[in-house]
Write a protein that binds this ligand. Sequence first.
Ligand code: CTP
Length: 408
Amino acid sequence: MLKDKRILLVIGGGIAAYKSLELIRRLRERGARVRTILTRAGQEFITPLSVGAIAGEKPYIELFDLQAEFDIGHIRLARDTDIVVVAPATADLMAKMAGGHADDLASTVLLATDKPVLIAPAMNPHMWSQAATRRNRTQLEADGIAFIGPSAGEMAESGEAGIGRMAEPLDIVAAIETALARPHAGLPLSGRRILVTSGPTHEPIDPVRYIANRSSGKQGHAIAAAAARAGADVTLVSGPTSLPDPAGLKTIKVSTAREMLAAVEKALPVDAAIFAAAVADWGVAAPGAQKMKKGAAGAPSLSLSLVENPDILATIAKRRAGRPRLVVGFAAETEKVIEHARDKLTRKGCDWIVANDVSPGTGVMGGDRNSVHLITAKGVESWPVQSKDEVAQALIARIASALAGVAT
Ligand code: CTP
């Protein structure tokens, strides 16, 4: 698969740089042509001579190198390749990429490239879990950068354990193959089918009245739009909202929870399903065929008998045949957000839960901003407060990585 592929490998300054030499060997064994950029910090760990000897050509080092500029030039270096791989990607390189810096050859090439970029982070576990690095990671994922690793284990330099070890060379090779195999590489969800539910449902009491909730549909619609922008074939099943139908995807409008379930089942099979709708938990047992009249029952009160609606998320997550590879639920909570969300993850059988606090003071319901926690089998990640569009973009980037089989 890698025969005759052109790979530009950026080697950052970390102790894991020694593994990059083996990565180059593995890639060349498979017939790939490997060009290298060795950062100044990278040279503290491995030498240009060893990189050049193993790659079969000298590494590029300086941005303002007259000879190198005559030979190829940094813009061509960025583009005359099938993929750019950064291994090891240090916290500093990630920060530069996220901020769009271009103050050395590596960062300039990463900013100038029009090819897919895969990064293999390697750093101390504390650096990896710092808020700044987490922010950069979320940003890079939203920008379409693919990740491999880091994995858990002991650090080479300090013996400290935790997440931060660079992925093994053969795993990086596999991630490169996956990234290159993606149809129309460049758009992270090209060739994927994605289903999104959004908005409230309306449960009729009689022909003119209904039970509803405060969901605006903004978050679900933003997710569907972000998936379409990322190249997916998207079906949005939406309850009643005042939002326009997003461009570039199919919107199916429904009213009740039962109608939503039917539309969702009809849209299968999909690669990933995201259940952002605020589905009414109960519907009226016997909605009136005619408008109900005041005082008709002879008393100034009215009792409605409610029956539980089908749980759409749980129904799809627990399907034996045709279950989407990734099922993502939402948990709108007003207290003990993470605890309740974890419980929902197991109860409903989904893979991830996006949990948010929708207490009245937060302004999330109907508002434009959202503060979410992503709950997976691996643990909880708390994302910074962002616009609903930013949350959508970050979630879609994460889903794209998961579907591509890249460690998330
Ligand atoms: N959901 C669904 N169908 C339902 C109810 C909920 O698909 N009938 C989905 C929502 O779209 C969301 C997730 O389940 O992705 C959690 O919704 P939430 O209303 O927070 O959970 P409930 O099941 O209603 O749990 P509880 O009332 O105990 O909070």
